[in-house]
Design a protein around this ligand. Structure first.
Ligand code: KIV
Length: 271
């Protein structure tokens, strides 16, 4: 007799119920099959195929260069690996800001070609029409407010956003708008703890924080950052859960030495 263990998939309803029950939502980025498989098996709730792939996978300074085709490629690998987590795919810069028709076309390509479960878009009121159109096609949308890296050249820096009342008020009204439109969640990036907590209490959809304090309904980190693969990036909000840079460097150094000395491969490692 075989024992059939069914894995219960995370959905937008699961995420909403987590908020209602006060269960924190764990999220990480992933950009490829192998990493996504490890993260999913560990039990993460949500995986974001973020446009941060532009930085950590391709080595660009900003998230702006990544294309729709490239994010689709990354998302396809992630979706193939994932059995339980809810997979959200970033709409890259330039794939939705033009008009709502272009936005819908981009979102449909992501859903059709990757098998992902939702898209994420940066902004509030200014992209309302596009959000409405994508939602009306039955595609779940996650918002992203605060520090929105696709607008880095407007901000000029990656420092904390919405410290002043005017920007904080705008963020609050945009968060309410996203919730009212029907977004299933919103990322709050690099904003004061107090503001993030107020926003979280004021809307009925989950808030996912990165550099936004403990008051959010969930947390997200870029996987390369939390694994310590990139030694040089250490903002205050980042907690490193491993030092993979050292672990990998040591493995590579040892391998090189073994190849050079003839120690690898041994008799046992040969046919
Ligand atoms: O692209 C990304 O990794 C993100 C997270 C920082 C939320 O948008």
């Amino acid at each position: 007799m075989s024992v059939h263990t069914e894995i219960k998939r995370i959905t937008t309803s699961t995420l909403k119920s987590f908020k209602e029950k006060g269960i924190k939502i764990s999220c990480l980025t992933a950009y490829d099959y192998s990493m996504a498989s490890i993260v999913d098996t560990a039990g993460i709730d949500l995986i974001l195929v973020g446009d941060s792939a532009s930085n950590v996978m391709a080595g660009h300074e900003t998230t702006l260069p990544i294309t729709l085709d490239q994010i689709i490629y990354h998302a396809q690998g992630v979706v193939r690996a994932v059995k339980r987590a809810f997979v959200v795919v970033d709409l890259p810069f330039g794939s939705y800001q033009g008009n709502s028709e272009e936005a819908l076309r981009s979102a449909i390509r992501i859903m059709k070609e990757t098998g992902g479960h939702a898209v994420k878009m940066e902004g509030g009121k200014e992209i309302e029409e596009s959000i409405v159109r994508i939602l009306s096609a039955g595609i779940p949308v996650m918002g992203h407010l605060g520090l929105t890296p696709q607008s880095i050249y407007k901000f000029g820096t990656y420092t904390v956003r919405a410290k002043e009342e005017e920007e904080a008020d705008l963020l609050k009204s945009n968060a309410r708008l996203l919730a009212d439109l029907g977004c299933f969640g919103v990322v709050l990036e690099k904003i004061p703890n107090k503001l993030a907590s107020e926003v979280t209490a004021s809307i009925d959809i989950p808030t996912i924080g990165i550099g936004a304090g403990a008051g959010c309904d969930g947390q997200i980190l870029v996987i390369h950052d939390m694994l310590g693969i990139n030694k040089d990036f250490s903002p205050r909000f980042l907690r490193r859960y491993a030092d993979l840079h050292s672990v990998m460097s040591e493995a590579f150094t040892n391998y090189i030495a073994d190849v050079k000395s003839g120690d690898f491969p041994s008799e046992k490692e040969s046919y």
